[in-house]
Write a protein that binds this ligand. Structure first.
Ligand code: ACO
Length: 436
């Protein structure tokens, strides 16, 4: 909401000024609208990494990084994690409200209806090397949905947008499981729509034709929790990428593929994979100090993976919930006991880092990725699939943000400016006249 408060920006050399309106949201810091800056002063703002820049209006997710608060559509993540299901959270993120029973039944039927993928996509999977990174495959496969599902690509048709959203949510588990099976050299499983969303995914991941399939309710609960916690996180790097891609009018599958590519980086979703490698490398508590010294050494590119966050300068509530889930569920999961030593190293590392001045001064706390790999490993999910699991969970957030953007009257093509520091204008020199 535009307030009657303003900020005046003055060029102290020329004395020119501009009054910038202050806009307030429901929660959080107000923002200064700087649209009038260039016309009045002939200057842009400069904010590499967008640390101080709000890029859009959004009603979906709110984070208070100082207090460690995360809300989806106003509901605290702790309450959703305890009481909701992933599919219900999907509905909430997409449509803004918790569904009534009838609404939820209709929604889950729609998602089930779209759970299969075109057989041509399985042929595509066969073209990848068996040791291809699952995230590389996922980028390609999700982008390729646009070549198989032409009937939901009109971005200006609200029904097409919703159909694309259903397809993304419904097909991600099938694609993720197919990638996993291909990697293992096992036959693909088709979805069984009488099962719940998470059960169905786990069956596609783990069932083999030669054995009866059984999955424990604890495993389903653990994965459901992981999906809820990763479902959205306002304007993070991958979501901003989805919005930027969408701002050009690209189709939703192409936009989500761009988000997946961005999530893969170790500074973002790829950190969950990097954390497990790091914890394995640390191995025992006695080695922690050496790794902390490396993380503090500015000449060493090593960072403590799963630590630090652009927005959370207190704890990340998702990390707190996953740490507790490790305590509650590891003992009950098939491969949980094997993860217990790693969990101990992780907790010890957290304790030591949180009492270290370097981490205290910089407000570096464990983020969502710090403990998530321990749960995923306890579910027998291979490390190279961790970021795929993140992408599967986040696909609803990406598509919800994309849908919101498509009806935002302020939406324009995303096109940042730059501070040019290259060569001044100069004339072309013929090759023969150039000096060696
Ligand atoms: N280990 C050691 N030092 C760190 C770490 C870390 N994990 N994270 C930040 N720092 C230090 C920086 O070196 C910097 O120190 P300086 O002020 O002396 O130069 C200071 O803390 C601030 O860090 P920035 O890099 O400026 O913070 P930024 O907000 O740009 O980066 C990020 C946030 C990318 C998450 C960073 O903390 C990081 O690289 N963490 C490790 C990777 C990780 O876990 N990523 C997952 C994030 S959650 C998610 O995306 C799902």
């Amino acid at each position: 909401m535009v307030t009657n408060r303003t900020v005046t920006i003055t060029d102290n050399t020329t004395g020119d000024t501009v009054e910038c309106p202050i806009i307030e949201g429901t929660h959080g810091a107000p923002v200064i609208s700087i649209k009038g800056l260039y016309p009045a002063l002939g200057m842009f703002t400069h904010d590499p990494g967008f640390g101080a820049t709000s890029s859009c209006n959004s009603t979906i997710t709110y984070i208070d990084g100082d207090k460690g608060i995360l809300l989806y559509r106003g509901y605290p993540i702790e309450q959703l994690a305890e009481k909701s299901s992933y599919l219900e959270v999907c509905y909430l993120l997409l449509f803004g409200e918790l569904p009534a029973p009838e609404e939820f039944a209709r929604f889950s039927a729609k998602i089930r209806q779209h759970s299969m993928v075109h057989e041509g996509m399985r042929t595509m999977i066969g073209g990848y090397r068996q040791d291809a990174h699952p995230m590389g495959m996922l980028v390609g496969l999700v982008g390729s949905l646009s070549t198989f599902y032409h009937d939901s690509l009109d971005i200006n048709d609200p029904e097409h947008r919703v159909l694309s959203a259903y397809r993304v949510i419904a097909k991600m588990p099938t694609l993720a499981a197919d990638i996993y099976k291909y990697h293992l050299g096992q036959p693909f499983n088709y979805p069984v729509n009488s099962l719940g969303y998470v059960n169905n995914f786990m069956r596609m991941m783990y069932a083999v034709p030669a054995e009866p399939f059984q999955i424990s309710p604890t495993a389903v609960k653990a994965l459901e929790l992981m999906l809820i916690l990763h479902a959205d996180h306002e304007q993070n790097t991958s979501t901003s990428t989805v919005r930027l891609a969408g701002s050009s009018g690209a189709n939703p599958f192409a936009c989500i593929a761009a988000g997946i590519a961005t999530l893969w980086g170790p500074a973002h979703g790829g950190a969950n994979e990097a954390v497990i490698h790091m914890l394995n490398e640390i191995g025992e508590a006695k080695n922690i100090a050496r790794f902390l010294d490396r993380a503090k050494d500015k000449d060493d590119p090593f960072r403590l993976m799963g630590f630090g966050h652009r927005v959370y300068k207190n704890f990340d509530p998702r990390a707190t919930i996953i740490r507790q889930a490790c305590h509650d569920l590891l003992g009950e999961l098939d491969a949980g006991a094997q993860q217990a030593p790693l969990f101990e190293v992780a907790q010890e590392l957290e304790q030591i880092a949180l009492s270290d001045d370097y981490f205290k001064e910089r407000n570096l706390y464990p983020n969502v990725d710090f403990y998530s790999g321990i749960i995923l490993s306890a579910l027998n999910i291979t490390v190279n699939m961790f970021t795929v699991m993140f992408a599967m969970a986040r696909s609803v957030g990406w598509i919800a943000q994309w849908m919101e953007m498509m009806v935002d009257a302020e939406q324009r093509i995303g096109r940042p400016r730059q501070l040019y520091t290259g060569a001044a204008k100069r004339d072309y020199v013929l090759k023969r006249d150039r000096e060696d």
